[in-house]
Design a protein. Structure first.
Length: 114
């Protein structure tokens, strides 16, 4: 079932043409230390990025305990939180990025009505 859903998502991504194939993505993922939840969020997001944005993204992982000033500046209130800084518009996704379809929608790569 997941494989079928993944193929459907890939088709929607290809047909959406969101921003073109050369658009670069600047992403920042906030996590809380090296917890299992944080490591899972990082791994899940890397899988999505490698599958849909290979060679077109930069992912910065920020530990909220090591960089509290950045947390305050970006007004992070929950983790994991993903910020898509580029391309505009800026978008915020809160929660574990394990649901590929939701991550792609949040990044503006597919629309929910496709």
């Amino acid at each position: 079932m997941a494989q079928k859903r993944n193929r459907s998502t890939q088709k929607r991504f290809a047909s959406a043409g969101a921003g073109g194939a050369t658009e670069r993505y600047l992403l920042r993922l906030y996590v809380s230390g090296a917890t299992a939840r944080s490591l899972r969020a990082i791994a899940n997001l890397k899988v999505v990025c490698e599958q849909y944005l290979k060679g077109r993204y930069h992912l910065e992982v920020v530990d909220i305990y090591r960089r509290p000033a950045l947390v305050r500046r970006d007004q992070i209130v929950a983790v994991p939180t993903l910020i898509k800084k580029l391309p505009v518009p800026l978008r915020l996704l809160v929660g574990d990025p394990s649901r590929t379809e939701q991550v792609l929608e949040g990044l503006g790569l597919v629309s929910s009505t496709s």
